[in-house]
Every structure is written in C-alpha cells, then in structure tokens.
Design a protein around this ligand. Structure first.
Ligand code: ATP
Ligand code: MG
Length: 705
C-alpha cells in the first residue's frame, strides 16, 4: 500500500495524478519529496512497470534514499538518479554518436583544473589575475547554458581556451561534470535516433528540486518527455540556491508555459518544523521582492524560540554550539545524527570540528573535501582508470611517477606534446616509445628514463591481465602492492597512518560495493565514486552532520545550528551590492532555517579570522530581518532583541549606524543591560565621542546607509 492515509488531500491529488504534466509548487517541508515517492509507488500499484519510471533527484544521496523507499514499499527497482548520473548513463550507451568512446573517464573538479592548466600553458597564457579560475567558471557557465565552443563570445581568449580544452578532453576520452549534461543534450539535439530512443525510454519522469535546474537540465527534461508528456516536477522557488551553477528558478515559474496543459498543485501544510521556526523563516523570506507568494502552516505546536548567540570569536562560537548540542540531546533525547551544523563556507568547519573532537562527539562532514578526493585515494583510483584507458592523460600524469620513475617534467611535457601532435593516445604512445627507440627524435629518453617508462607500462599490462580474474577489492590490493604504493607513502611519515587507514577503507568500500551489485564493473565503480564524491559523508556511528548551507537542501534535523551569521560572510561578500545575489543569499538562509524540526540556533562572532587576518564582524542583516518575537538571546554579551522595550522598533547590533535626535549620526559599539534596561555605547562625531545611552530613552533610529 502507498500509505495513502498518511497524505493530505492536496498531496493525494498530486499522488493520484496519472497522465500529463503536473507541477507541485510548495514551500519547505510540505511533503514534496514524499509526494514524489508516493506517486512512484502509486504508479506501480496501477500496473506501470518500474522500468518505465525515472525519478531525478538533486543529490546521489537523495537518489539512494528514494530507491530504497520504493524498494521497501513496492519491492521494485526504479531508476532514481541525479541529472548528472542520468547523463552518464545515457552517454555510456550512446556517446559514440558524438565521436567519443563509451569507456570515457569522468574528470572531477581537480582533474578538470589540471587539464585546463595544461591548456593555458600550451596556449602560452599565464595564470595572471586568476585566469584559470575565471576560465573554469566561464566554461562551466557556457556548458550549463548549453553553449558549445563553436558559439563565439565577445572574448577571443575565452573562445580559444574553451575550444582547446574541449579538444583536450576528447583526446583524453574524458568528460567533465558539466559535459554529462551538455553532451547529453547535444546528443539529443543532433541525433534523431537517439532522440527517439530516449523519449521512449521512460513513460513517467519525476523531478525533485525543480527550482534548481539549469538550462541544460531543463532541455534534457524536455527531450525525455517530448513524446508522452508525463512530467511531474516538484519544487519551491524560495529554495533556489544554485544560480552560481547556472540554475534558473524561472524554469519552475515557466513550467505551465513550457508544458502546456500542466496542472499545478500547491501544498500548504508543513510537517517538519514547529511554528516558531516556520514563521520566522517565512518572515525572513518575505523580504525578497522577486518571489511567488506561498503560505505555510504547521500543526507541530508553537515550539521553542530560535536561539541567538553572539560570541567574541569563532572558538567561543563553536564551544557554545557543542555545549548546546550536549545539553539538548540530554534534555530531549535526541540522537547525534539528528543534529546538524551549517555554515556558509567550507573554511568554517575547522573550528567546529576541533570543538567536537575535544568533546569526543562523532561527526561527519557532508561535502567539502571528501574521502574520494584525498590524495591517496585519487592516486589509486587514477591507477585503476589507467587499467581501462589508453588516453586518460590526467590519470597518466598522476601515476607515471608513483613511485618515482625518474621521468622529469620536461621529458613528460615532450611526451605529452608529441602524443597529441601525432594523435596517439598517451599510453599507446609510451608503449611505442619503448618498443621503437628511434620512433620519435623529439623525445630523448636516457637509459634510466626508458627503464622507468618500461616498468610503468609492464605494471599496467600486468594489472590489466589480472583484472578479469580478480574481484574489485583484490584488484585494488594488487595495484597497491605491485606499485609499491605504501613505500611511496612512507616519504611522508607523518600522514602515513591516516592514509593507510583511508586505503583500507577504500578496499572495504569496494568489497561492499561489489557485494551489492549484480554485475559490478570497474568502470561503473569509478563512475559512481566520482559522481558521488561531491556530497557523500561517511557514517558508521550516529554522528553530528556538518555541511555548507548549500548541501543542506532537502534534509531535515531536529536540532540545527547556523554559524557565522555575519555581514560579508552570510550574506556573502560577493553578493553585497547585487540585489539578485543578495536575494539568493536570503533564500539560502531560508533553506537552512527550514531544515530544523524543533530547535534552531543562529550564531555569530565579533571577530573572525578570515582572508588571512582577524576581522571585526557585524551581525548579519538576516538576524534583524527575523522579527524579535521569534528569537531568544543566549549570548552573555551584546546582542539583544527580545527585551527591546515596546515602542522601540528594533534593537541594534554592534556596528549598526544609528541616528540620535541631538547627537546626530553614530555607530553602536556595545550593547548591554543596566538597571534601566537595554543600554548602548554609541560613538558619535566620527569617533571622537562615545556616549552610553539607555535604549528606551535615547530613541535611536536606524540610519539608512
Ligand atoms: P523540502 O522543501 O525541504 O525539500 P519537502 O516539501 O520535500 O521539503 P518532505 O521532505 O517531503 O518535504 O517532507 C517533510 C517532512 O514531513 C518529512 O519528514 C515527511 O515525512 C513529513 N511529511 C510529509 N507529508 C506528511 C504527511 N501527510 N503526514 C505526515 N508526515 C508528512
Ligand atoms: Mg524535498
């Protein structure tokens, strides 16, 4: 049974909808994701084949969750996947139509950067003024907007780099993340038989988090449903937070135009959060001007006020968070995995980690530099990639001198250059070089270098030969032994134990992974790891979850902390001065707050070590945009909103510009309590005079900047 009794009438209407396009447009925690899962179960109940159903989610973790829910509800396998994994699947089948081989490698951000760096070098462009980073961003943006290198921009350098980079990828028979969408769309645009194939493949397509689709994903969705038109999308425009990756929340607002005849369902009951949290978040988001107005209510009671904590520095902030975690789990019987700490930038995690470690609280980081991006793991995975590819340049460059084989940078450069000029895959070219010493006068190998190259080639050959008879984890063990990889790690004894542990874990994971698959292949293993690396956290014991606000999408926790609620950090520096980006930051705050079921804390510090030095911080405007009645102050110092006397429109924070009738303009330096109530220390006359003013008498006004 699809547990229909657990759905409200609007949810039920969405679940029972069968044919034609439908959009569920609803706020956070209203059951959108749940409706997607139930609808899949419903479709199966009425006799639709699981293989005719495709569900697209935003992260691999969400996809896994959806698959397992369907499995437990209906004992059926449906394809639940991210857009990127879906692209990879389609391209594995059909990319030969675009002139690639279907055993392509998938390059992660790090590989992509290396390849692009090589391109800039070859084009004799120096990485001045962050050219590399800029090109990376611009290429990604072009691909997400579905613009290939043949479309000329106004910047000839960009055009040249983009075209060169794309050629290099093809030579390596590799795709970057954006290609997984870009090339899939290209395939469907250019090839009629592919188009026919894939518009017939799935009869029902369901898409979660539709507000964060970019142009390529939007086009892909349109192709997939072009024939049967059974698209079912759910989303919340207020939670669109990926415009920097090309997401366009207009896609969701244009749904009815793009899919004529679409029915729209709205959901207005929130099943996640207490009213305190929900209303506070609702109030915050009303500050955005471009939005689709929705109402949300919850019957989960009033709940506790949102705790505000202002501290002197990051360490204190983290100590407070840890203290509150321990107190709350004790008083309310909450498990560690019901607790999350969110932050705006990855760099903030360190201090929280230290504080958690010192109290021995288990934690896991979701996103950030993940397990699969660690050096030792990437080294081994690169070796494995060499077992299936002759042309994977980045994996070749990574492994050729592990262990040291005496092939220096200049020689390598020559080898790479000549293999490209002769259009011979890099590994094949190395084989030729060893077999025919006179093949290439441009590359002069000394005896030692030739030996080194030979030993590398024979190692790869040996592993390739062994591969069919070994289990995946055995192949990994064999690769480590045959390459004397542990000796190589000994060069850095300090990190040796850590790295060994990680390698053991990789072997364990491979064994587990293989166990769970019917027909496991090395290629599939590598693909899944690369695609998953972005969001996965490891979890063996119930752990506190740490992640950026961006990674918190779709998740929910009983107890949530958002750290670093400070101007220039959140909202982020880059968004100031741009109203659209500022609204996106506010949506991000809305996403973060609405993850909380019962307890929410917003914390900030006055000093923070940032951009290479200590900085004086001011509380985030978002703190002030939440009406004081939803907040309680847990700080020993400064910030006070709750007890601002009635009639006083709002309390001020340190750094706020205020106006006093008699003294003129000033800046708040401190706020504290005296027997008169809330009191401020305000600096007037450009810093020459400081006055102590009792809030309820001084009648300070906000000085608009
Ligand atoms: P978000 O916008 O954050 O992605 P969402 O709209 O996808 O949220 P869900 O995650 O599907 O919301 O649901 C939020 C919570 O409410 C989940 O714990 C879900 O199980 C629960 N829920 C949803 N609908 C119902 C219902 N009808 N009865 C009981 N619980 C429900
Ligand atoms: Mg959801």
């Amino acid at each position: 049974m699809a547990n229909i009794e657990e759905l409200n009438p609007q949810q039920m209407a969405a679940v029972n909808h069968v044919e034609g396009p439908m959009l569920v447009l609803a706020g956070a925690g209203s059951g959108k994701t749940r409706v997607v899962t139930h609808r899949i179960a419903r479709l199966i109940e009425i006799g639709i084949l699981p293989s005719d159903i495709l569900a697209v989610t935003f992260t691999n973790k969400a996809a896994e969750e959806m698959r397992s829910r369907i499995r437990s509800k209906k004992n059926a396998q449906v394809l639940a996947s991210t857009f990127h994994s879906l692209g990879a699947r389609i391209l594995r089948e059909s990319i030969s139509l675009l002139g690639f081989r279907n055993d392509f490698a998938i390059y992660d951000e790090d590989d992509r950067e290396k390849l692009l760096k090589g391109c800039l070098d070859q084009l004799r462009l120096s990485n001045e003024k962050g050219l590399l980073k800029q090109m990376q961003i611009d290429i990604s943006k072009a691909k997400n907007d579905n613009e290939g290198p043949e479309i000329k921009s106004s910047d000839p350098v960009f055009d040249q780099v983009y075209a060169h980079y794309q050629n290099k990828l093809k030579e390596c028979n590799a795709l970057d993340f954006d290609d997984l969408l870009f090339l899939t769309v290209k395939l469907l645009q250019e090839n009629e038989s592919a188009r026919k194939e894939y518009e017939n493949r799935w009869l029902f397509v369901l898409i979660d988090e539709y507000q964060d689709t970019n142009h390529s994903q939007h086009l892909l969705a349109k192709f997939l449903v072009a024939k049967h038109n059974n698209i079912f999308a759910v989303g919340d425009p207020d939670q669109s937070i990926y415009s920097w990756r090309g997401a366009r929340f207009q896609n969701i607002l244009n749904f009815e135009r793009d899919f004529p005849g679409a029915k729209v369902v709205t959901l207005d009951q929130n099943y996640r959060s207490t009213n305190m949290i929900l209303q506070a978040a609702n109030q915050l988001i009303t500050k955005n001007t471009t939005r689709y107005e929705k109402k949300l209510w919850s019957n989960l009671g009033e709940g506790s006020k949102i705790g505000i904590f202002m501290s002197q520095n990051e360490r204190r902030e983290a100590e407070f968070v840890v203290h509150k975690i321990l107190e709350t789990i004790r008083d309310h019987h909450i498990a560690y995995d019901e607790v999350a700490i969110f932050y705006r930038t990855n760099a903030q995690s360190r201090t929280f980690e230290d504080a958690l470690l010192s109290r021995r609280i288990p934690y896991v980081i979701v996103g950030g530099l993940s397990f699969y991006q660690r050096r030792e793991i990437k080294d081994i995975l690169s070796y494995l990639r060499m077992l299936i590819s002759n042309s994977d340049l980045i994996s070749f460059l990574r492994t050729i001198n592990i262990p040291r084989r005496g092939i220096g940078a200049t020689t390598l450069e020559k080898i790479v250059e000549q293999s490209a000029l002769r259009h011979i895959p890099i590994f094949s070219f190395c084989e030729d070089l060893c077999d025919q010493p006179n093949l290439c006068p441009e590359v002069k190998l000394g005896a030692k270098q030739r030996e080194g190259l030979k030993s590398y080639i024979s190692l790869i050959h040996r592993l390739r030969n062994q591969r069919p008879s070994l289990k995946l984890f055995e192949l990994i063990t064999e690769t480590i032994e045959a390459s004397h990889y542990l000796n190589h790690l000994q060069e850095d004894p300090e990190s040796l134990d850590d790295r060994k542990e990680n390698i053991d874990e990789l072997i364990g994971k491979a064994a587990e992974w293989e166990e769970e698959r019917e027909m496991p292949t090395l290629q599939q293993f590598l693909e899944e790891l690369t695609l998953r690396a972005n969001t996965e956290g490891q979890k063996n014991v119930p752990s506190v979850h740490l992640m950026t606000l961006h990674n918190s999408k779709g998740l929910e926790f009983s107890l949530v902390f958002i750290g670093g609620m400070e101007e220039e950090l959140f909202p982020h520096m880059n968004s100031l001065g741009n109203p659209e980006s500022l609204e996106e930051e506010r949506r991000l705050c809305y996403v973060g707050m609405t993850r909380a079921k019962r307890f929410l804390y917003l914390t900030a510090t006055s000093y923070r070590y940032m951009w290479g030095g200590p900085r004086l911080m001011r509380p985030s405007r978002f703190l002030r945009e939440v009406p004081a009645k939803y907040l309680k102050n847990d700080s020993p110092i400064v910030y006070e909103q709750e007890s601002a006397p009635s009639g006083d429109p709002e309390a001020f924070a340190i750094g706020d510009r205020v106006h006093h009738k008699e003294f003129g303009q000033g800046i708040v330096q401190k706020s504290f309590h005296t027997s008169f109530g809330l009191t401020y220390e305000v600096q007037f006359d450009e810093g020459t005079t400081t006055r102590t003013l009792v809030a309820k008498y001084a009648k300070l006004r906000v000085e608009l900047e």
